[in-house]
Ligand binder design. Sequence first.
Ligand code: UFG
Length: 353
Amino acid sequence: MAQTILVTGGAGYIGSHVCKALAKAGFRPVAYDNLIQGHRWAVRWGPLELGELSDGDRLDAVIAAHRPAAVMHFAAHIAAGESVDDPGKYYDNNVSGLLSLLAAMRRGGVDRLVFSSTAAVYGTPRYAPIDEGHPQEPINPYGASKMMAERVLADFAHAHGIRTAALRYFNAAGADPDGEIGEAHDPETHLIPIVLETAAGLRPEVVVFGDRYATADGTCVRDYVHVADLADAHVRALRWLADRTGAHAFNLGNGEGFSVRQVIEAARRVTSRPIRARVEAAREGDPATLVADASHARAVLGWRPRYHSLDTQLSHAWRWLASRHALNGAGTTLANRRSSTERAPADALGLTS
Ligand code: UFG
């Protein structure tokens, strides 16, 4: 019988792609989500259990009902900018939420956890590319909350034998290569969806946050990694942990950086649309360059990203955006967008980007 994996945040962007990858690999994903950020339509490869991370009784009931072999934990707040203004929200959900989950895992006898972490644990890079041994000096409460969560995992591994792999993503990008699911944040703060929404006429322009960074063109450089490649790494980490102990960490990125200007230029090419851009002041808490050294994941997990090309990431995200908003191919503007209501991709079948 297929092993069950409990996926907190399984209705979210990365969590839903991981559920698909788990199902393809022969596991049975059970999504646990409160649907505040996640979407019911994104849960397609197993059941959805509604619940809060803080609700220990609900977690106990779900673990008792499904008897998961392991947990994958994605349910967290992710906006670095917001975390500066509302740190309590981040520590509460990202640290206290994890403690609640770990307590339920212990009560239910589940000892394996794959954890969604971030390059934000490193802060301003002292060198590039960044490997896992780089000092952790987060520059916003979001990164600090993930660093603290990883520390909690190390302590639980030591004291209680919980086996964990923390996967530190650089910039997640793209959408399901089959076009079934993709990114749908509200509000959207990430560069690539904002650039593509501008190409689609859903926004008037892209605001570039600063052009005086110490980079080739003055705009921030990031390492974009395809969400399907991230999902593959999670399945690999889950299997790898089956006969390991302790707490482990892996960077996930392609080792190649693209500036904000390069992303906009690539999106013009991929979409064949004009994209207006205007430079404004730099955003607080943005390091100039973040590029991964992911050789540990390559060597230990055998991870080989398939969709490392930025153009491929953009074209998958573009197709997803088109289906989600039911855009009518070239020339789409706000005026001919059928509805601002969020749609399941199935509603838009047959439409092209
Ligand atoms: N940017 C703009 N304009 C926008 C949005 C973003 O210029 O409208 C710039 C940002 O300043 C940054 C780059 O585009 O330089 C990428 O920004 P994103 O918001 O897409 O992503 P971040 O690099 O800020 O953060 C992402 C995830 C975090 C994660 C981090 C780790 O959102 O959760 O990567 O690298 F921690």
